[in-house]
Design a protein around this ligand. Structure first.
Ligand code: 5AD
Ligand code: SF4
Length: 373
């Protein structure tokens, strides 16, 4: 019988920085188990799809990619695997053949299970033993930045968001583990770190709630060899003055802040369960800019959320104008299984969503060009 471990594995990653981080760790684990890592799907024996299900478009892309794979072992990993396992694609086509499913929490068991191949084919996952020397940091693609996950999951339950259901509620990593990861990164000759979490600024070490996000940032900045610390993403509701003070006063902390707004309408923000109003957001942006005038702000916007009228959308456009973001990411709302908003009528027609997205980007381009002059 062919030695499973000499097989070549290709890991295809979709979605956010968190998934790219997870895939890096996964590749390390696979190498330790003797698998060889392929840089192309064509030459691999096993393809692991590390997936995202935050928006419907991402989900469709995965299944169309899987549909094209022939004669290889197919592994569905990440958020979409949880969605499938929990029945979140009932009535929808999945893929012609899936050999293994692994949820994000089971990622560490993939190398073990693929090596042993024990009884998981076409069924629910049976996590293997946790890799004892599993790395908790990863180099990003540019190899210049080390990413560290400071928490997994999210407990905010924004009404449109699938993350709490597929990644679970927030599980912060121990403060000491994060510090150790940072020290290991420095030892590898990397000086920039990027902290990852769905809601980084609600961080509290599980063994000591006093060790919060500002304490973590300050402690990391005191590690010799660390030159730059970035983080994605903070939640506007959880930004406090201690963190603002650190951004302003500590040279090592990145001045590029990604601060997801989602909408400029208070009615929509409330229905999204975001926990702040447009006024709160503006006040926060002002506090940040006052403390640190050279800050750059970017954001995420969803257009076409249930109940969003032209008037609501215009409020988002006005807020873009008022804040003057350096860049934005815009998304058409898509219904996600399990979420509260999946019970709301998806009443903004697709054409209207597309139109609003285009207007949003045009507005943003205008703002950026105006600020350049
Ligand atoms: N529809 C559209 N966009 C969404 N996002 C999250 N859930 C949805 C959804 N159901 C966007 C948000 C979030 C980003 C990562 O993805 O803007 O900040
Ligand atoms: Fe999703 Fe809201 Fe958590 Fe972000 S804060 S991951 S949008 S539930």
């Amino acid at each position: 019988m062919e030695d499973k471990k000499s097989q070549r594995v290709y890991v295809k990653t979709y979605g956010c920085q968190m998934n790219f981080h997870d895939s890096g760790i996964l590749r390390e684990g696979l190498k330790k188990k003797g698998f060889s890592i392929s840089s192309s799907a064509a030459e691999a024996d096993i393809i692991i799809f590390n997936t995202c299900s935050v928006r419907e478009h991402a989900e469709q892309k995965v299944f169309s990619d899987i549909g094209r794979v022939k004669g290889k072992t197919v592994v569905l990993a990440g958020c979409l695997a949880t969605q499938v396992v929990k029945g979140g694609r009932k009535g929808k086509k999945t893929a012609p053949r899936l050999d293994f499913y692994f949820t994000p929490a089971e990622l560490n068991s993939i190398p073990d299970i693929l090596a042993g191949g024990a009884g998981t084919r076409n069924g629910l996952p049976q996590p293997g033993s946790k890799n004892p020397d599993d790395a908790s940091f990863n180099r990003d693609i540019s190899e210049k930045t080390g990413t560290i996950k400071i928490s997994e999951g999210c407990g905010n339950f924004c009404s449109y968001c699938i993350v709490p259901y597929v990644r679970g509620t927030e599980k912060p990593v121990l403060f000491d583990e994060i510090i150790n990861s940072a020290k290991k990164i420095v030892k590898e000759g990397i000086n920039d770190i990027l902290l990852l979490g769905q809601n980084v600024n609600s961080y509290h070490s599980p063994d000591d709630p006093g060790k919060d996000f500002s304490y973590l940032l300050k402690s990391l900045s005191e590690i010799k060899g660390i030159k730059k610390i970035g983080f994605i993403s903070p939640h506007p509701r959880d930004f406090n003055d201690k963190v603002i003070g650190l951004i302003a006063g500590n040279d090592k902390i990145s001045k590029s802040i990604h601060l997801p707004l989602q909408s400029g309408s208070d009615k929509i923000l409330s229905s999204m369960k975001r926990g702040y109003t447009s006024k709160d957001y503006i006040a926060l942006a002002e506090r940040l800019r006052k403390a640190c005038p050279d800050i750059t702000l970017s954001t995420d916007i969803i257009v076409g959320f249930p109940g969003e009228t032209d008037e609501d959308f215009n409020m988002t456009l006005s807020l873009l104008e008022k804040i003057g973001f350096n860049s934005i990411f815009g998304f058409k709302y898509s219904v996600r299984p399990f979420t509260e908003a999946s019970n709301f009528p998806d009443d903004v027609p697709l054409e209207k969503k597309k139109e609003r997205l285009q207007v949003l980007f045009e507005k943003q381009n205008m703002i950026v060009n105006k600020n350049r002059i």
